[in-house]
Design a protein around this ligand. Sequence first.
Ligand SMILES: Nc1ncnc2c1ncn2[C@@H]1O[C@H](COP(=O)(O)OP(=O)(O)OP(=O)(O)O)[C@@H](O)[C@H]1O
Ligand SMILES: [Mg+2]
Length: 438
Amino acid sequence: MASKQPFARRIVIAFVLMTMLVSGVFSLSIVAVVHLIEERLISEEMQRDLDSVIHGDLKRGHSPRLNAKTMFYASNLPEYAIPEAYKGLDEGFTELLDGDQAFYAYVQEINGVRYLLIQDQGEFEAHERALFSVVFAGFILAVLGAWGLGWVMAGRVMAPVSRLAQQVRHRDQLLPLAPPLAPEYPDDEVGQLAAAFDGTLGHLRQTLERERLFTSDVSHELRTPLMVIATSCELLQQAPLETHQREQLMRIVHASGEMRELAQIFLQLAREKAGEKVNESDFTVSVGLAQEAEHQCGHWRESMAGKCLDFECLVESEDDGRYNPTLLGTVMSNLLRNALHYTEHGHVRLILETGGFRVEDSGPGIPEDEQESIFQPFIRGSRARGARGARGEGLGLGLSLVKRICAHQGWRITVDNLPDGGSRFRVEFKEVKRSASA
Ligand SMILES: Nc1ncnc2c1ncn2[C@@H]1O[C@H](COP(=O)(O)OP(=O)(O)OP(=O)(O)O)[C@@H](O)[C@H]1O
Ligand SMILES: [Mg+2]
C-alpha cells in the first residue's frame, strides 16, 4: 500500500511509524519498570513494618506503631481480627482496588497465624497516574514531532528531485543550447539522475535537431528551384502560345505556387518544433471556407468522376471566417485524397458548416481501435493496404500532417464511422488561434 503513496508521504509515514514504535516501546518500558519497582520496594517496606510489629511491638505488649495509612490485622488477635474481605488473600504482596480507592496488602503466616498489613496507596496511585499521563503526552508529542519533522525532511529530500523534474519537463530543455543539468546538483543520487537525463536529453536533442534541419533544409532548398520555375513560367507567359499550351502553363504556375506555399508551411512547422515562432506576416492572404471548398472541388472532381464516385460539395450553414488558404487547402485536400483512395464505389461528400467542415465517404470506414493511431506519422490503417494495393502504397503521412496543421491553428479534427459504414472526418475551427486576415 505504502508504495502507491507519493514519495514525500512515504518518508513521513516511515518517520511516524518509526517514532510510534520507538516511543511506544519506551513508554511501555517506563510503565513496566514503575510497576516492578512499586511492587519490589513497597513489598520490602511492608515486610519490614510487619516484622517490627510482630517481633517488636506485639512481643513487648505494645499496640502496633504504624502510620495513619497502614492497618494491622492478625488471625489470633480478636481486637485486630481480619475483615471478611481480606481473608482469602494469598501470602505475600497484593495490590487491591476497591472502587476509587487502592490498597497494598501484605500477608505473612507464622506458625499457623496469619498477619496482614493493609496500606492506603491513594497518594502513590495519583503520582503514578500523573506519571502515566506525562508518558502518554510525551508519546503523542513525539509522534506529532515526527510527523512535522517528516514533512520538513521530505520537503528537503524531495526538493532537488522536484526541481530536476520541473527542469526536465520544461520545453526549453529540448533547445539545442540548453545548459546541462548535472553541474547544478551535488554528486549524489540526484546528481547521477541529472547526468542520466543530460545523456538522454542530449540524444533526443540531436535527433530532433537532425529532423528539424532535414525538414528545414528540404523546404529551404526547394524554394530556389521553385522560384526558377515561377520565373520561367512568367517569361513563357509573355511568349505567343496556343490556348491549350497556355492552359498547361497556368497549371504549372498554379502548382508551383502551391508548392512554394507548402514549402513555407513545412519550414514553419519545422521551426516551431524548436520553439521558434514565425511571423504572422509570413502568410498575408486569407480565404473563406466556401471559396477554398470550391477550389478543392474543382481540383478533385475529375479524379472522383474517373473512379465513378458521386462527389458533392454541400453547404449546410454559412461560415464567415477567414483562413490561411494553404493550411486549409492542405487539410481539405488530404482528407479528400484519402476519401478518393479508400472509397471504391458510392459517394464522397464535402459538407461545409458554420465553424468547420466534414468529409464523408462510403468507403470501408476506420476500425475504432485505429481511429487514434492513423494520425501518427508512418501509420497506415489495416484496411488501407488491400484497398489501395493497386494504386501503390502511401506513406501514412497525410493525416499526421493534417493533425499537425490543426494543432498549429488550434483546430480540432475528429473521425468516426457513419451508420452505413463509411468514414466521417470533421474539422472544427473552434478556438482559431490565428487565421491570417487580409
Ligand atoms: N477516408 C478513409 N477511409 C478509410 N480509411 C482511411 C481514410 N482516410 C484515412 N484512412 C486510413 O488512415 C490511414 C492513414 O492515412 P494517411 O493519410 O495518414 O496515410 P496514407 O493515406 O496511408 O498515406 P499518405 O497519405 O502518406 O499517402 C490510411 O492508411 C487508411 O488506413
Ligand atoms: Mg493519405
